[in-house]
Design a protein around this ligand. Structure first.
Ligand code: GLN
Length: 596
């Protein structure tokens, strides 16, 4: 009995969770509550903006699908790239808290800037080189676009073969333009485009300071060996999704009811609240994320000035992305890479060098076991790119699909808007995360919890299966070429379950497999892989582009077929790659030397 008692007290002495005398919140340090709400409000802002951005670019600025998705992919790629630098600057000079505060201010200002969009662009058409005015009449599904030809208004109708018909008032064809002869653009104020790009630039720089460092602060709450760490991050992941859930419903609602400015304005308010939560945390966060004691002069102001100078750099990358021609089939991989915008070249080159050089370096400096574990980490990082490439269609092609080819009615009771469909992901994560935690625990108790490579494989098959489900759904589309909302919800359900197999697992996998002294860099490579994925996701969405006039597609059948074709291709590829990973998992398991 006495022995037993001693064993328990010894265990307690070695278990940081049991000796934690800080105020508690659901069995976690109370500071977690403040970080949870700060991150929830930040994600409220980000995902609220994301629910609007693609539609804002296509319907307000009347950018073509290819320009929109190129800009969107580049923007989100930069959102995930800047944390590499923001994390480094916080570690060395600023401390996490200062970095988070500064990032919050920049992001909030960025969303506020997006509120100033000016008038909706004016559509016009170029037919065989000649410019014609376009007028838009009617609303919602009844919206029609007309070319003004002399005194006549001719309705524009895209045909299944890619040609365009102009129809007279009685519906008869007044003119047919062969495929490629008809192009539609928007006449927009370059000033307001510039303002929008400055807003996006501020968000990318701000996120670099915010996102990695708020997570570092969560990590700081737990001493080494504290068994509550993973649960703490799971709660934090709930905060992320609770925040995004609210704004993905509210921002599109406000945008529809009052105008785009109202939606972006709410995102800015949410982000300002996030700033307030950390700025005025006072003693609640004292001692966490503090500025490291540095030798030499204080570099804070220089870093802030550097961050402001990064805004025009982002701006230039965006304009370069928008000017880039869309990918052309048959030009070969080398031609394709050479034709990429600057950001694409930089991302692919850095990623390629990282995944080749890191294992070579590990083989030279590490033991055989260290090398094998690093190799396993890098292999999983490469698979990670595939997952997020598909998953991140949510903000671009899937939102456009929701707008164009989805019946947005909920059981015939009310309609949701296309941007609001993004909320399914957050909703399903909030519902499924506790179930998955319980599932892994139950399987773990029986020694059956799948290893990391199997979870990654399941995630890849899942994200592919989600798309294949939607493609199947397209075969039930009505005569209006729209599918029921349930199919899109089904896709998001599967994608969310898949996300829970890869996203929370990935970061801890990196910390466990990496050679200790380069774990920070490996974390950077993990973010880099997500950044590359966002970029590739933009390219995939570009391939799924369809012809629009005034932000509306000219032929719903063509758009349905285009989406179904692209979704089927990426669904099959991802499911296939997931299968390869599952088959190769015993080998990867061996390389991981017992890491679970
Ligand atoms: N939804 C999560 C977040 O916003 C994960 C996104 C990601 O890692 N791509 O933090």
């Amino acid at each position: 009995m006495r022995e037993c008692f001693l064993a328990v007290t010894e265990a307690a002495a070695g278990d940081p969770a049991l000796t934690d005398d800080r105020p508690q919140w659901f069995g976690h340090p109370a500071q977690l509550a403040r970080l949870f709400s700060t991150e929830a409000m930040e994600r409220f802002g980000y995902y609220g903006m994301r629910a609007l951005l693609t539609l804002y670019l296509t319907k307000h600025f009347l950018f073509s699908d290819t320009t929109t998705t190129s800009l969107y992919g580049g923007f989100t790629a930069l959102v995930y790239l800047t944390p590499l630098i923001g994390g480094l600057l916080a570690d060395r000079y600023l401390g996490s808290k200062k970095a988070v505060k500064f990032g919050a201010v920049l992001m909030s200002l960025g969303y506020l800037t997006l509120c100033f969009g000016g008038e909706t662009a004016k559509p016009f058409a170029t037919i065989d080189g000649q410019r014609y005015e376009v007028v838009v009449a009617g609303e919602g599904d009844a919206e029609r676009q007309y070319v003004v030809d002399g005194g006549r208004q001719l309705a524009i109708k895209g045909n299944d073969d890619g040609s365009v018909s102009l129809l007279g008032p009685d519906g008869s064809e007044a003119r047919r333009i062969a495929k490629g002869g008809f192009a539609s653009q928007g006449e927009r104020s370059p000033w307001f485009v510039a303002i929008m790009l400055i807003g996006l630039s501020a968000v990318t720089v701000g996120n670099g300071f915010f996102k990695p460092n708020i997570s570092t602060m969560v990590g700081e709450l737990y001493a080494k060996g504290d068994r509550r760490r993973d649960a703490g991050f799971t709660i934090f992941y709930m905060g992320i999704n609770l925040g995004s859930l609210g704004s993905q419903l509210a921002c599109p609602f406000l945008a529809e009811a009052y105008g785009w400015w109202a939606g972006f304005g709410l995102a800015a308010i949410g982000m300002a609240l996030s700033w307030g939560l950390i700025q005025f945390a006072g003693p609640k966060l004292a001692g966490y994320g503090e500025t490291p004691a540095a030798e030499g002069p204080d570099r804070t102001l220089a870093i802030y000035a550097g961050a402001l100078l990064a805004v025009p750099v982002m701006y230039l990358l965006f304009t370069n992305l928008m000017a880039a021609p869309p990918p052309v089939a048959g030009e070969g991989i080398v031609g394709y890479l050479l034709g990429l915008p600057i950001l694409g070249k930089v991302l692919f080159f850095t990623f390629l060098v990282s995944v080749i050089a890191i294992p070579i370096w590990s083989a030279r400096v590490g033991t055989r076991q260290e090398f094998e574990m690093m190799l396993a980490a890098i292999i999983l990082v490469v698979f990670n790119v595939v997952f997020w490439t598909l998953f991140e269609q949510a903000g671009s092609s899937l939102t456009l699909f929701a707008d164009r080819n989805t019946e947005l009615s909920v059981f015939g009771l009310f309609e949701i808007s296309a941007g609001q469909t993004q909320f399914f992901n957050a909703l399903f994560i909030v519902l499924l995360a506790p179930l998955f935690s319980a599932l892994w625990k139950a399987l773990g108790n029986r020694g059956l919890e799948p290893g990391i490579p199997i979870k990654f494989g399941i995630a890849l098959m899942g994200v592919g299966a989600g798309f294949l489900l939607l493609v199947w759904g397209t075969s039930f589309a009505g005569p209006d070429f729209k599918v029921g909302l349930i199919w899109l919800a089904g896709l998001y359900f599967i994608h969310s379950a898949a996300e829970l197999c890869i996203s929370p697992v990935g970061l801890s996998m990196i910390t466990k497999l990496s050679i200790a002294r380069i774990v920070g860099m490996m974390m950077g490579v993990w973010f880099l892989s997500i950044s590359c994925a966002q970029y590739v996701a933009g390219v995939v969405a570009q391939v799924a582009s369809v012809e629009t006039v005034g932000g509306q597609v000219t032929n719903l059948k063509v758009s349905l077929d285009t989406y179904a074709g692209v979704f089927q291709t990426i669904g099959l590829i991802s499911a296939g790659i997931g299968l390869v990973l599952l088959l190769g998992s015993p080998l990867l398991k061996r390389l991981m030397h017992g890491v679970k």
